[in-house]
Design a protein around this ligand. Structure first.
Ligand code: ADP
Ligand code: MG
Length: 405
C-alpha cells in the first residue's frame, strides 16, 4: 500500500489531490441554522488535509453525509460541515454547490497551491452507490476529471475509514483511475484492527452492546472463538436473557435470533457474561420512573433500558486485567439521562484498561464524547462503525483492498 508520506516525498505542490474523507457527522438545527453536533470525524480528517495543504497541494475533498437517494437533498448538504472544517483547519474552505457539476469544476480549476475545496455530498449522485459497475465508473470519471487526471498530476488519497467497507465510486472506483495512496487515518485504523485479529495480548475481552443481535451476529460469530470473555449489554442482552429462559417484559427482543443466542450460550457459555441486573422503565423519557431489578425478574410491561450497577461492577472486574479490549455498542439508551449510567461506567472501565483499548461503532464513539469522558484515555477510538465490524468479521474492505491492487 502506498502511503501518504510517499506521495508527499514525490512532491504534491501544485497537484490536485482528491481526498476521500469521512465527514459523515450528526447535524441538528435548533432554530439558528444547521450545526454539526459531534465533530469527531471532522477532527479525525484534519491531519491528512493539513499535511497536504502544508506541502502546497490543491486539495479537493469528497465526502458523503447521511443517506440521500442519489439526488440533491438540502437536508443532507455538507454546507454546515464546510463551516466546521474551516474553523478547525483555521483556513478558508471553498464549498461547491454540486459534486462534479459546473460549480465543482470551476472551483477545482481555480484552486491555488495550499487551497482546499469541499465538494457537495457525493451521494447526491446516483452513480456513487450504484450497483451497476458502469454507472459507478462513470461518476468516478467525473471525480477524476476535477483533478486533471494522472497526466496532469492528479492523485487520490483514501482517508475515509468509515466508508472503506463500501464499494462506492468515490471510495473504490476512483482508486482504479488515479494513482491511489492510503491516508494516515485509514493506515492507523487498519493497524489497530490488525492487532485485534492477529495475536491480541490476553486476556482479550470484548464488550458488545447497542441495539440488535442481528447487527452484530457476524462479529459475535467470528470473535467468540478468539476472545477470553464476551460481555454483553445494550438492547441485545435481552435476546440472550430470553434464550436462557428469562422473561424480558417489553425489552428489545429479536425472536428470530433466539436460536443463535442459544447456540452461542451452548458452545461458549463460559465466556459470555450477561448483566445480572437491569434498569427498567415503562417509557424512554428524561423523567421516566426507573427501577433496578434482577435480570431474571424483569416485570411485565417494563423495558430494560440499561444495565444496572451490579453488572457495571462485574463488567469492570472482567475488564480490570485485560490485555486487549474491544468495545462496540452502548450498554443502554445512553442518549436519555436515566439510562446513561451503564454506558458511562463501562466506558470508564474500558478507559482504565492498561492494555490496548479500542472503541468501535459510531454510537459508542459518540457516547464517549457526549458523556464527557476523556477521549485520550482510550487506546483508539475508531471513526468507522460498519467498517471496523466488517474487518473484525474477516471481510475484505473494498476501499482498502483496491489500494493493494
Ligand atoms: P454502535 O453505533 O456503537 O455500533 P449501535 O448502533 O449498535 O451502536 O447501537 C446504538 C443504539 O443502541 C443507541 O442508540 C442506544 O440507544 C441503543 N440501545 C442501547 N441499549 C438499548 C436498550 N436496552 N434498548 C433499546 N435500545 C438500546
Ligand atoms: Mg450505530
Amino acid at each position: 500500500m502506498r502511503t501518504l508520506d510517499e506521495l508527499i516525498k514525490h512532491g504534491v505542490k501544485g497537484r490536485r489531490v482528491l481526498v476521500r474523507s469521512d465527514l459523515n457527522v450528526p447535524i441538528k438545527d435548533d432554530g439558528s441554522g444547521p450545526r454539526v453536533t459531534d465533530d469527531g470525524r471532522v477532527r479525525a480528517s484534519l491531519p491528512v488535509l493539513t499535511k497536504l495543504l502544508d506541502h502546497g497541494a490543491r486539495v479537493i475533498v469528497a465526502a458523503h453525509l447521511g443517506r440521500p437517494k442519489g439526488e440533491p437533498d438540502p437536508k443532507y448538504s455538507l454546507g454546515p460541515v464546510a463551516d466546521r472544517l474551516a474553523q478547525l483547519l483555521g483556513r478558508p474552505v471553498e464549498f461547491a454547490m454540486d459534486t462534479v457539476g459546473s460549480s465543482a469544476r470551476m472551483l477545482a480549476q481555480d484552486l491555488d497551491d495550499g487551497e482546499i475545496l469541499l465538494l457537495e455530498n457525493v451521494r447526491f449522485n446516483a452513480g456513487e452507490t450504484s450497483k451497476d459497475d458502469h454507472e459507478r465508473h462513470g461518476f468516478a470519471r467525473c471525480l477524476e476529471f476535477l483533478t486533471g487526471g494522472d497526466d496532469d498530476g492528479g492523485v487520490f488519497v483514501e482517508d475515509a475509514f468509515g466508508a472503506v467497507h463500501r464499494k462506492h465510486a468515490s471510495v473504490y472506483d476512483i482508486a482504479t483511475l488515479l494513482p491511489a495512496y492510503c491516508g494516515d487515518l485509514v493506515r492507523d485504523e487498519v493497524r489497530v484492527l490488525q492487532q485485534l485479529t492477529g495475536d491480541p495480548k490476553r486476556p482479550y475481552v470484548v464488550v458488545l452492546g447497542g441495539s440488535k443481535v442481528s447487527d452484530k451476529l457476524a462479529v459475535i460469530e467470528s470473535l467468540l472463538p478468539k476472545v477470553d470473555k464476551l460481555l454483553v449489554g445494550g438492547g441485545m442482552c435481552f435476546t440472550f436473557l430470553k434464550a436462557q429462559g428469562h422473561e424480558v417484559g417489553d425489552s428489545l427482543l429479536e425472536v428470530d435470533q433466539l436460536d443463535n443466542c442459544k447456540r452461542f450460550l451452548d458452545e461458549n457459555g463460559d465466556k459470555i457474561v450477561l448483566p445480572s441486573d437491569v434498569v427498567v422503565a415503562a417509557e424512554i423519557t428524561d423523567d421516566a420512573a426507573t427501577e433496578t431489578v434482577n435480570a431474571d425478574a424483569i416485570p411485565a410491561g417494563q423495558k430494560g433500558l440499561d444495565i444496572g450497577p451490579e453488572s457495571v461492577k462485574a463488567f469492570a472486574a472482567a475488564l480490570a486485567d485485560a490485555g486487549t479490549v474491544f468495545w462496540n455498542g452502548p450498554m443502554g439508551v445512553f442518549e436519555v439521562a436515566p439510562f446513561a449510567e451503564g454506558t458511562r461506567g463501562v466506558a470508564a472501565a474500558v478507559a482504565a484498561v492498561s492494555g490496548l483499548s479500542v472503541v468501535g461503532g459510531g454510537d459508542s464513539a459518540a457516547a464517549v464524547r457526549a458523556l464527557g469522558l476523556d477521549v485520550n484515555a482510550f487506546g483508539h477510538i475508531s471513526t468507522g462503525g460498519g467498517a471496523s465490524l466488517e474487518y473484525l468479521e474477516g471481510k475484505t474492505l473494498p476501499g482498502v483492498a483496491v489500494l493493494d491492487a
